[in-house]
Design a protein around this ligand. Structure first.
Ligand code: PEP
Ligand code: MN
Length: 371
């Protein structure tokens, strides 16, 4: 793929430690100068923490919730930078936010999930970014729509932004689930596959929605060789003005990262190559898709079976079968698949389709349920 080809490696965005993983940590929202300074001071001595995040404009579902301190928080972040040496990062959702962040020398900005979901907003921000060199992190859109995520990245790229990264923060799901936002590791894998140079970060906090799951998700991100992490931290999580359930204290973050990195000898990645976990994730996803397609095909075969029965046609229609086999073998060959393989595969599928058409009893039903 041609776009997003000329990106700057995450490690070269700043003159920062070469140690991985680089963690962007901080509260969901800046609440007061004291809270910001205390959290940043504590985080600055946590190994791997390279940057400080704090939302000052908060996108909230319903009015009446805390919508951020706004511009008032920007001098606090400038102070964090001066006092701790940490890079500072805020969320922007409009050209006006961007301008204010630039005025205060904020080091990086991120686009939240709701902003990425809206091409109008992304276009306006992209327009405003022209001529700047500020690094931009792009969270995934609310729903699992990879093209929309790529679209946002491309719009920023077209504005000349070359320090660009994607942040996986999980996707909305209507189903009940353990996590607040479902991770789709295979989507992340596909993104990385299509845009090799694109740095990819994971935000376990917004995936989890609950601090008890942060560790397993962080581990997963490290196993997948993510370029970085964005994790929420608060000096007093239960009293946080937003996302209270999912924030860690700086001490908890320190303990988690230290333990994790001590036991992570890197053996798996060194032995199997750095994208092993990633590729396996995608294979699992493709197999699931393949089985779903086969199930659909069998359902259609059963529908055809019903029509044949009504018309009193024979189940095996030799001419049609010959034609199917011939065309699929030709197609398979064109796609680079072995002739013998396609023939055996199609014979198996055909055999099962006929069984489904004749076998209307319990067995077919059970197998359907087993899917
Ligand atoms: C956040 O980072 O606090 C935030 C609002 O994130 P998201 O856009 O991923 O919901
Ligand atoms: Mn948050």
């Amino acid at each position: 793929m041609e776009s997003l080809r000329d990106l700057v490696d995450f490690g070269k965005w700043f003159d920062w430690s070469s140690e991985k993983p680089r963690v962007i940590a901080g509260p969901c929202a800046a609440e007061s100068r004291t809270q910001v300074m205390e959290t940043a001071q504590a985080l600055s001595s946590v190994r791997y923490v390279a940057a400080f995040r704090a939302g000052i404009w908060k996108p909230r579902t319903r009015p009446g919730s805390f919508e951020g301190v706004g511009e008032e928080g920007l001098p606090w972040l400038r102070e964090v930078k001066r006092e701790t040496g940490l890079r500072v990062v805020v969320e922007i959702a409009s050209p006006d936010h961007l301008q204010k962040a630039l005025d205060y020398n904020i080091d990086m900005v991120w686009l939240g999930a709701r902003t990425t979901s809206n091409p109008f907003s992304v276009r306006q921000i992209a327009e405003a970014l022209k001529g700047t060199d500020i690094p931009v992190l792009v969270k995934n859109p609310v729903h699992p729509d990879l093209e929309l995520w790529i679209g946002a990245l491309e719009r920023l790229y077209q504005s000349g932004i070359r320090k660009l990264a994607a942040v996986h923060r999980g996707f909305y799901t209507a189903e009940t689930s353990t996590y607040r936002n479902l991770p789709h590791w295979e989507i992340l894998g596909e993104l990385k596959q299509r845009f090799e140079q694109l740095p990819v970060l994971v935000d376990p906090s917004h995936i989890a929605g609950d601090s008890q799951y942060i560790e397993e998700l962080t581990q997963k991100a490290i196993d997948l060789d993510a370029d970085g992490l964005m994790i929420e931290a608060h000096t007093n999580p239960s009293k946080a003005w937003s996302d209270a359930r999912q924030q860690l204290t700086p001490a908890e973050m320190n303990r988690m990262l230290r333990q994790m990195m001590e036991k992570d000898t890197g053996t798996d990645r060194i032995i199997h190559g750095k994208n092993m976990a990633n590729l396996r994730e995608q294979i699992d996803h493709l197999d699931r898709r393949m089985l779903r397609i086969l199930t659909q095909r069998m359902q259609m075969a059963r529908d055809i079976g019903e029509i044949k029965k009504k018309n009193q046609d024979a189940v095996l229609q030799t001419d049609r079968w010959k034609e199917v086999l011939k065309s699929r073998m030709a197609l398979g060959k064109k796609m680079g698949l072995g002739g013998r393989f396609i023939q055996r595969l199609m014979e198996l599928i055909h055999h099962e389709s006929m069984r489904q058409q004749t076998d209307t009893g319990d067995q077919g039903h059970q197998e359907k349920k087993g899917d």
